[in-house]
Design a protein around this ligand. Sequence first.
Ligand SMILES: O=C(O)CCC(=O)C(=O)O
Length: 255
Amino acid sequence: MYLPKEAIEDFQYQGYLKIDHQLIENDHLMTLREQYDKVFAEQMNTDSQGLRNLATTEGKQPQNPIKMLQIMEMWSRNEQFYKLLFHQPLLDIAESLIGENIQLFHDQSLYKPAHIGGEVPWHQDNGYWRCSPPNLVSIWIALDNADEDNGCMNVIPKSHVEGRLDHSRAKSEGKELPALLTTNIDNNQAVPVPLLAGHGMVHHCLTLHQTNPNNSSRDRRAMVIHYMPVGTQNSKGEILSDNLLLRGVNHFDAE
Ligand SMILES: O=C(O)CCC(=O)C(=O)O
């Protein structure tokens, strides 16, 4: 289902949009949760670099109980997450916002376990990526109900119009978090975006957003897919011609 004109205008104005319909039906959701847990279990049992704890500070901290867990490129690890890239309700939203020729920038799972889930500080995605033109969009999908108690998304409406801000290494109790960037902002304007499981929200790559720690007794499993229009360049000015084509045509594909 393509987004109606009013929803597209709302996204363009606010820099984010809470999708008003369920994106992942219940049976599909159960399968995704099962496979999500399977990938995490596989990664925890190997020495691979696949699983990162973004809450780990610089220097050895073996006792660090806080966990903001991330696995990149879920699509390359599990067939269900590969199929999710082509899930029509998601691609229809992406097409409504960035046009018919869509490539994957990347995907990631972001897991805040109950009681010990760490935060993700304020940032713009393009503070990390530095892509141009900055027209990428991300669909954040709740696999569990996500609310203010277990770390739903918070956004600063209209922040995407101010361009890319300077980011620096985030810190926790004075120590740097090597995997996380942040930017100084006044969060009085922050708006929480609670979502039921199977629902999603979309944000622009310049929209400021953040998630709080999960001190609740409920897990918060989420999946994010970052989409880019064909022709997007990386920070070195190179066209990302090889990224997976999800819909439409890639005029830059050399093959
Ligand atoms: O899921 C989270 O906790 C953070 C999400 C985020 O930063 C993103 O989707 O870009």
